[in-house]
Design a protein around this ligand. Structure first.
Ligand code: ZN
Length: 244
């Protein structure tokens, strides 16, 4: 018999133990600092070379690329290795689920990834590391090597649409899963918030693991407030052992 599918929706809270602050959330760093928000707003980025220069400097200093996965990321990998079908839908751009050992095809990155760059003209992609090495070597705003277009981080900036393909897959997984674990997400930013509702509507067992209350707590079968680094491994190992 096939084991039922577990969907894990992860937000900033799962990466806090890896030293990555919440940038994008309702109370995240970007929302509290209009100047910082400009650096990740598409129109400002595309039309202002100075914003781009500052963005590249900010990416150099950013801790995201140096961060290591923590116990919560590893717990998701353990669940997958136990033979339970798992898909991760993440609001994070840090790539830590994959770095922990989860196959990339099992991770949907709603907001893209900070580990790659993409050309805004020809859509060529490349490693962020290579682009940062060019900045380091004296190119303050390195253009695309293919076409000379403006390069940006492969993350979804404010003012950009989410990838409809990724979104469609996330929705399909949400509708198909038996258990939907929302971990470290305030569930206040779309589409993540909506997905929790869709999961519940389609009969999934909704489990919310978050330090703060979320708008979906009253629809959840289980709400966990304990620190993610210890509570998620316990929860997922319980799921791996159970027939749900
Ligand atoms: Zn290009």
């Amino acid at each position: 018999m096939n084991k039922p599918l577990v969907a894990v929706l992860s937000g900033a809270g799962i990466s806090t133990d890896s030293g990555i602050p919440d940038y994008r959330g309702p109370n995240g760093l970007w929302r509290r600092d209009p100047e910082a928000e400009k650096l990740v707003t598409y129109d400002h980025y595309m039309h202002d070379p100075e914003i781009r220069r500052r963005s590249w400097q900010q990416r150099r200093e950013n801790r995201t690329l140096r961060a290591r996965p923590n116990a919560a990321h590893r717990a998701v990998v353990d669940l997958e290795r136990s033979g339970t079908p798992v898909r991760v839908i993440t609001q994070n751009v840090d790539g830590l689920h994959q770095l922990a050992g989860l196959p990339a095809r099992k991770v949907l990155e709603l907001h893209g990834t900070a580990r790659s760059v993409v050309c805004t003209k020809c859509a060529a992609r490349g490693p962020m590391e290579d682009a940062l090495a060019r900045v380091e070597a004296g190119e303050p705003d390195p253009p695309c090597l293919e076409c000379g277009g403006i390069l940006k981080s492969a993350t979804v900036m404010f003012g950009e649409r989410l990838d409809p393909v990724v979104l469609g897959e996330a929705l399909a997984i949400t509708k198909a899963c038996t258990v939907f674990v929302a971990v470290g997400s305030s569930l206040q930013v779309q589409p993540a918030a909506g997905l929790a509702g869709v999961a519940a509507d389609h009969g999934a067992r909704l489990i919310v693991v978050n330090a703060e209350p979320t708008p979906y707590d009253d629809r959840a079968h289980e709400v966990v407030r304990e620190p993610i680094g210890t509570s998620l491994p316990a929860l997922l190992s319980r799921l791996a052992d159970s027939a749900f």
